[in-house]
Design a protein around this ligand. Structure first.
Ligand code: GLY
Length: 368
């Protein structure tokens, strides 16, 4: 067995069990090795779609019915968030595009279509028409805030246009991507996390510290969101500047992880001590690198493919727990520089599995 086959087999062995034991949960992390249920704490939490998304991905790669059953049940649990306006936010793409949306694209299920189209329409309501950006989060005095993460939410809108033939969704997504490219991505390929714009005129005001160290630092998961997000915007629009931007962020990301043995720090510009890693950033970036690899001419592919394989091999060797004593797979995830350090987080498992799924040569076109 080659590396991808070996990991895919280990994923299937482990997830076949948790697909049953965690059937009634939407996990975020684990406690004493057991998946917690984030629905009990916060039903609108932005990561609550990753468990059903992981189940859909495993179904796509194995065609085992249990995965689809667990995914569909997870989507039903998540409906209470979909139908509660209070609590919904910009992360509806993460929550419903790769879960319900991917399920619909594979199976044609109309209930799943309904969910992903409701999510897309909610997202549209967050567009600042004059400012040309999607607002992040809720609450007072943050009406002008936009974040690099949202590049991973807007594929929901490209899909909604594809699905309905109505160009409005993609038009808004393109405006947001253009503004993000101009004000979040720096000349060296690093990215701001949070930008504040004047919410009436859209004028750029300043960057804020988010989950990294400082406004001018380089939160690694944010870099991964940008890398993968611009690659996806290129996939749908074919605007060459999006691919060039994805490649610029990718080259910056590769240079940084190469210098730390292919495992990403939480912030590429963090102080030398303490050493805080974030395995989830590397896993997400690996998927983005494999997406870029699909999009560039043959002669350019090797650098992206090799970097993705190096990252995934390192994650397998240094971060994966394949035992049955622990429900999660990828360890050493970090929520933010100041909190949730070195824990398993569900999107780490999702992106690691997506990376292996891609290396297996399964259809990645229906995922995001
Ligand atoms: N989108 C929030 C995060 O990456 O933690």
């Amino acid at each position: 067995m080659n590396f991808a086959e070996e990991c895919w087999s280990k994923l299937d062995t482990k997830l076949s069990r948790t697909a049953v034991s965690s059937y009634d949960k939407l996990p975020y992390t684990t406690q004493n090795g057991v998946h917690n249920d984030m629905m009990k704490k916060n039903k609108s939490w932005w990561t609550n779609g990753f468990w059903p998304a992981l189940m859909v991905l495993m179904y796509a790669g194995t065609k085992k019915e249990q995965y689809l059953k667990t995914a569909r049940h997870g989507m039903e649990l998540l409906d209470s968030a979909l139908y509660t306006y209070n609590g919904l936010h910009h992360d509806v793409g993460f929550m419903w595009n790769i879960s319900a949306g991917a399920d619909y694209r594979i199976t044609g299920d109309q209930e799943e279509r309904n969910r992903f189209m409701i999510a897309a329409n909610h997202m549209m309501g967050r567009f600042n028409c004059d400012g040309e950006f999607f607002r992040a989060w809720n609450g007072d005095n943050t009406e002008g805030w936009a974040i690099i993460d949202c590049m991973m939410n807007i594929p929901l809108l490209y899909r909604a246009t594809e699905e309905t033939g109505d160009p409005r969704f993609a038009m808004a997504a393109i405006k947001h991507a253009d503004k993000t490219m101009k004000y979040h991505v720096r000349p060296d390929g690093s990215c701001n996390h949070i930008n504040e714009y004047n919410h009436i005129t859209g004028e750029f005001i300043k960057a804020h510290t988010g989950q990294g160290v400082a406004p001018n630092s380089s939160w690694s998961r944010g870099q991964a969101w940008g890398l993968y997000g611009f690659a996806l915007s290129y996939r749908y629009t074919k605007k060459p500047e999006y691919l060039a931007t994805a490649k610029r962020i990718a080259h910056y990301f590769i240079a940084n992880v190469q210098s730390t043995g292919w495992l990403s720090l939480c912030d590429f510009r963090q102080p030398s001590e303490p050493v805080i890693y974030d395995s989830t950033a590397a896993a997400c970036a690996a998927c983005g690198l494999l997406e870029i690899e699909r999009l560039v001419p043959e002669c350019e592919r090797k650098i992206y493919y090799d970097a993705a394989v190096n990252i995934l091999k390192t994650l397998n060797e240094r971060c994966c727990d394949w035992s049955h004593d622990e429900d999660s797979i990828l360890q050493l995830g970090t929520g933010a520089y100041n909190s949730e350090i070195h824990i398993p987080i569900i999107y780490g498992d999702y992106f690691f599995a997506e990376g292996i799924y891609r290396l297996m040569g399964f259809d990645a076109g229906m995922l995001w």
